[in-house]
Design a binder for this molecule. Structure first.
Ligand SMILES: NC(=O)c1ccc[n+]([C@@H]2O[C@H](COP(=O)([O-])OP(=O)(O)OC[C@H]3O[C@@H](n4cnc5c(N)ncnc54)[C@H](O)[C@@H]3O)[C@@H](O)[C@H]2O)c1
Ligand SMILES: [Zn+2]
Length: 752
């Protein structure tokens, strides 16, 4: 008899992989639930879980009862707290990561239920699960989830959380009710807590969930009075929201949403962010809405939880060993990931501030790719405790700037090194120093000539809020101030900007840099890529006809590039831009568009501003003492005055034509003299700034908010709260066409 042997070793491979995954997941869970440490990102953890699930689906013989896919993460027996047996098991949730997966889940639910069902959509709060046991209306115990059957007794600590009632506000409490919810730090509290921790030189928490878990799972024993007060302060900042029930014999309501109403009436904290929908297809609106408004919720969320609303169906559908079948978590893309900190580099900005920033291995977070984040200053680097070479936790929420939260200390292997703040400016070698005693930030004091600062200032001059010169962006600014050739840059400072000629631009060669990292780009041969931004090659066609190419041949010659011609034309035009723009272009500290407009409006010329006293400057509406001081300080500096002289010599106009003189703009008799106008929404024929300028040019006051003093509100499509305010106050509202009439002919023309 021949015995058939199988040579298929696939199951063996699968077994090995499943074992590896199991070991790793258990390790990660241990760190996460017991030590409040996140060794890999949640995304990576979820991926491992999915892979294990997949392997077990393909090879059912691999699935054992204690596989992570069958158990609730967390451990029952810990040394810190006494064990508590839950009257009813506490479960986890199954996940979906897309709308399709959600729809497939809902289809199965409705198949099993045999009918359409109502869904309750709520937020998935990123905190830790808690079970509150009330007997005859009195809180007798509070426990963490543990392994789902047995949790940790945290009753003493829970009593410090203000939101949790010790007694239910009802005359007829059930003999026993288990209330389940999430304990967490509201975002504002978390930020404050971390600020405190940083000040006190204590550990800064990488995320609100770990901070909440770490705060709740503290023991009072062995703490001195000061530590005890700190611990209680943290507990008082915690909040809780109810999101379910455990044991409860015959609840008097028939839907989860009604359970919340009832519990709310008993004084328990319930969420305001939920909705019941009668069709699975309507869930996606909720998902999308909170996907875009995550930042507006008072606590962190990592997804949406969708539950079958009807309680009878909960019993009918039941649960697996790990999760209920009547609920599912939809997970959003992560806002927090782990990545490698490759280096910490110091950059110098236009004000001379030397800022260390993190250069990281590129990662995707909150839907975009990130590889840099500012670290602000050397003290912040120290406070965050990051070493070069560390795995770090990086966070980016929606449109918010990415932030390095801290290192994953457990992953260090000894090769990491500390960041040392350089003593000298990386761009000009001048010794860095604080601007004044006690400042943490270090600055390069070589303000006049430090190439990084000149480059920053020149770029600022071209920016939208200053002279708005399209051809004078980041690349042109670098080319003019730090070219590879010539050795002496065309602009050692910005004084020469308006005197630039084609002869200055033409020879410039630059090293092409990566716009993100600032590092040189390399050619295939490994050399730095070089570009000539202001000239290009052209073949001269004055030679004899070449039959091979069927063209006239000729020498190569260089001609000015489009950039060069545009830049010179733009600069020529910029000389006559409104005074406020010229003021912004001078890079005076604190003088942005708002202050510059106020100064220009009031004084009408740079000379008048220069000869004004501190009091006269400070008294101008929208200026004030700090800006007045900054203006005075700016004029004190020799090379600043030289900029003005040089610019004036090159034709820059430092006065508003027709301005009647300091403080007399209102008497100028423009058609809008004495009137205040607010422009809001998009007004056809005007840009946002153009509308403001038109009001000012007509002698009116362009205000940014609507009040009783407002005479007109010009509103176009997209006008929001300002329009509502105008209606409320009875301010006259006009459209774009009327606005045009108003600024050209004055208010009387509106009614004719
Ligand atoms: N990075 C790591 O190393 C690591 C390790 C373990 C776990 N984790 C993270 O934890 C997750 C697994 O943890 P889990 O088992 O606690 O599952 P889970 O956090 O994904 O979901 C279940 C929990 O959600 C909570 N929850 C929040 N809002 C809720 C609401 N409105 N309704 C019902 N429940 C709500 C409940 O406390 C429940 O226990 C993973 O997906 C991963 O994100 C990460
Ligand atoms: Zn410098």
């Amino acid at each position: 008899m021949a015995i058939e042997t199988t040579t298929d070793d696939q199951p063996a491979e699968a077994r090995a992989e499943a074992q590896q995954l199991t070991t790793r997941i258990l390790e990660l869970r241990d760190a996460y639930y017991e030590r409040d440490t996140v060794l890999v990102s949640d995304e990576e953890y979820d991926r491992m879980m999915r892979r294990l699930e997949e392997l077990e689906r393909l090879h059912p013989e691999l699935q054992s009862q204690d596989s992570p896919t069958q158990t609730v993460g967390g451990r029952a027996q810990t040394t810190l707290f006494a064990p508590v047996q839950h009257a009813e098991r506490m479960l986890s949730l199954d996940n979906v990561f897309s709308l399709e997966e959600f729809e497939a889940w809902a289809a199965k639910v409705e198949r099993d239920a045999g009918r359409r069902v109502d869904y309750l959509c709520e937020l998935k709060i990123d905190g830790l699960a808690i079970n509150l046991r009330y007997e005859n209306g009195v809180l007798v115990s509070a426990a963490t989830r543990g392994d789902g059957v047995v949790g940790e007794d945290v009753t003493e600590n829970i009593r410090w959380i203000p939101a949790i009632p010790a007694r239910l506000a009802t005359d007829e409490p059930p003999a026993l009710v288990e209330v389940r919810g999430e304990v967490f730090f509201p975002v504002a509290e978390f930020e404050e807590l971390n600020a405190h921790q940083q000040e006190a030189g204590e550990r800064v928490f990488a995320n609100a969930r770990n901070a909440a878990s770490g705060s709740l799972r503290q023991k009072a024993e062995g703490k001195n009075p000061a530590q005890l007060e700190l611990m209680r302060d943290r507990l008082r900042r915690l909040h809780m929201l109810v999101h379910g029930i455990g044991a409860w014999h015959n609840p008097p309501v028939d839907a989860q949403s009604k359970v919340y109403d009832l519990l709310k009436g008993w004084g328990l904290p319930t969420s305001t962010h939920f909705r019941v929908v009668d069709d699975a297809a309507k869930v996606d609106e909720f998902i999308e809405y909170y996907g875009q408004h995550r930042g507006a919720v008072e606590h962190e969320i990592d997804g949406i939880v969708i539950k079958v609303d009807e309680l009878a169906l909960h019993d009918e559908l039941g649960a697996t060993s790990r999760a209920p079948r009547w609920a599912i978590a939809y997970k959003y893309p992560p806002e927090q990931v782990n990545t490698k900190l490759l280096d910490i580099v110091v950059s110098v900005g236009r004000t001379g501030r030397a800022t260390p920033f993190a250069v990281m291995e590129k990662v995707r977070v909150a839907g975009s790719e990130v590889r840099q984040a500012t670290l602000h200053n050397q003290e912040v680097v120290k406070a965050k405790g990051v070493l070069i070479g560390d795995t770090v936790v990086l966070r980016k929420a929606g449109d918010v700037i990415p932030e390095v939260l801290g290192p994953v200390v457990e992953l260090r292997d000894g090769t990491e090194r500390e960041f040392v703040m350089p003593e000298n400016c990386p761009e000009c070698g001048t010794r860095l120093a604080p601007a004044k005693e006690g400042d943490i930030d270090l600055r390069c004091p070589n303000a006049e000539f430090c190439p990084a600062q000149v480059r920053g200032r020149v770029e600022h001059i071209g920016s939208r809020g200053a002279l708005d010169i399209e051809a004078l962006g980041e690349v042109a600014a670098a080319a003019l101030t730090q070219p590879r050739f010539p050795a002496e840059p065309p602009l050692p400072t910005e004084a020469g900007l308006f005197g630039l000629t084609l002869a200055d631009l033409f020879p410039i060669e630059v090293v092409v840099r990566d716009s993100e990292t600032g590092l040189p780009k390399l050619t295939d041969a490994g050399e730095e890529k070089v570009d000539t931004p202001f000239r290009r090659r052209r073949q001269k066609k004055d030679g004899p006809f070449d039959p091979a190419t069927e063209e006239f041949s000729g020498d190569e010659l260089h001609v000015p590039s489009k950039n060069a011609i545009e830049l010179l034309a733009n600069l020529a035009a910029a000389r006559e831009k409104p005074l406020w723009r010229i003021l912004v272009a001078l890079n005076i500290r604190h003088v942005g568009p708002v202050a510059a407009r106020a100064l220009a409006n009031h004084f009408g010329s740079l000379d008048a501003i220069r000869s004004a006293s501190r009091d006269e400057l400070a008294a101008v509406d929208g200026v004030g003492g700090i800006i007045a001081d900054a203006v005075l300080a700016w004029f004190e500096v020799d090379w600043h005055r030289e900029i003005i002289e040089k610019w004036a010599a090159d034709g820059v106009q430092f006065a508003t034509p027709g301005h009647p003189g300091p403080g007399r703009a209102d008497e100028a008799g423009g058609v809008l003299a004495g009137l205040t106008v607010v422009a809001t929404g998009s007004l056809e024929g005007f840009t946002r700034e153009g509308a403001q300028e038109a009001i000012i040019a007509a002698g009116g006051k362009a205000a940014s908010s609507v009040s009783k003093k407002t005479d007109f509100v010009a509103a176009g499509p997209g006008a929001g709260s300002k329009l509502a305010k105008a209606e409320e106050l009875g301010v006259r509202i006009i459209d774009a066409a009327q606005f045009k009439t108003l600024v050209e002919e004055g208010p009387a023309a509106l009614d004719s």
